[in-house]
Design a protein around this ligand. Structure first.
Ligand code: SF4
Length: 351
């Protein structure tokens, strides 16, 4: 819990805001987060000791295949996990030093959308088809800031403008089905930004979109992050998508961060076999006509994670020690670059 003596009320609501100082805590820091799901098949350790931090104006990309725990991590940060079957069994989610996991739900709610907000991958199902986008955006201002209908509509137009929707004044009275997939995703971004959060989590924001629109949405997110000095967390399975926008990358596998590094270093010198495999599977113009590399095998069933390193059945570097001893999560391989691999040196040197 933060020190009540140092808290002030934010202008738009009752969520406590720690006064800005030269040494303020980051807008988001996750420490040793553990989430498990109790299923009929047993306990699935879906998030297993995940830690990261993201500063204002910075983008962290969390990467990994479906089921690696990245979306569950985001939901735990947002406080929207369905419990049960999920249970947060350990760790901290710190917003400017305040552990959100220690707050009662009523207090926690004040941080959602106002301080930390999220956009989801499927904009069509996230928007209500029977209300105009202007109404849905305006409701946020009416409910959270007590605005009149007229002011809320003007704010809705302003938000559509912010996400570069052409003719925002006219489009504000349109329904979601009247927008293209890319434009709907822009509306979702507008909704997530409405209450001016300090942290935005974008969970696979471009999955359903074609490549050109993907690039536009990524550019938009990067521009808005810059304009608002926000912390941005991008969740994706696609390493190709984040190269231009991320500052740091955390690669997840079987509920753990297996490599974490500044973006340039991870692309130049991946130091975990899984990251290396993900990079090799990106289509490249200079390898036209060649088969794409694939990572053989499947991710483990999380109720039955193999002993030792969870990646060992799929790893071309694996040796006996990998099948017995789990690697520590943070071999330091370079400045701000960690890898959870016994043989990171070999991988890094490309042997
Ligand atoms: Fe592969 Fe062993 Fe490294 Fe795991 S610890 S990634 S199995 S080499």
């Amino acid at each position: 819990m933060s020190d009540p003596n140092t808290e002030v009320l934010s202008q738009e609501g009752s969520a406590p805001r720690t006064p800005r100082t030269g040494r303020e805590a980051p807008p988001l820091e996750v420490k040793d987060l553990h989430v498990e799901f109790r299923t009929r098949a047993g306990v699935a350790q879906v998030v297993n000791g995940v830690s990261f931090r993201v500063e204002a104006g910075e983008t962290l990309a969390i990467l990994g295949e479906s089921g690696c725990g990245k979306s569950v991590t985001a939901q735990a940060v947002m406080g929207i996990l369905e419990t049960p079957p999920a249970a947060i069994t350990g760790g901290q989610v710190l917003y400017r030093g305040t552990d959100l996991l220690s707050l009662p739900e009523a207090e926690r709610r004040e941080y959602r959308a106002r301080k930390i907000s999220m956009i989801f991958q499927d904009a069509l199902s996230a928007l209500n088809p029977v209300f105009t986008v202007g109404y849905q955006l305006g409701e946020l201002f009416r409910v959270h800031q007590g605005m009149s209908r007229k002011d809320a509509k003007a704010k809705a137009v302003e938000m559509l403008d912010l996400v570069r929707i052409p003719a925002a004044k006219q489009r504000v009275t349109d329904y979601p089905h009247q927008f293209s997939g890319g434009m709907r995703q822009r509306v979702m971004i507008a909704m997530a930004l409405a209450l001016d959060p300090e942290v935005l989590i974008a969970d696979e924001p471009t999955t359903a979109l074609d490549v050109t629109v993907q690039a536009q949405i990524m550019k938009l997110l990067a521009e808005i992050r810059e304009e608002r000095n926000m912390a941005l967390i991008l969740i994706t399975h696609d390493m190709g998508v984040v190269a231009d926008v991320a500052d740091q990358i955390a690669v997840m596998y079987a509920g753990k961060v297996v490599e974490h590094a500044p973006v340039l270093d991870i692309y130049a010198k991946p130091s975990h076999p899984y990251t290396k495999g993900l990079l090799e599977s990106i289509p490249r113009l200079d390898k036209k006509g060649q088969d794409l590399a694939v990572i053989g095998g499947l991710p483990p069933v999380l109720t039955n994670i193999p002993p030792g390193c969870a990646f060992n059945p799929r790893c071309r570097y694996a040796r006996d020690v990998c099948r017995q001893d789990p690697p520590p999560p943070d071999y330091v391989v370079a400045a701000q670059h960690t890898s959870a691999c016994h043989f990171w040196k070999e991988v890094r040197e490309g042997e």
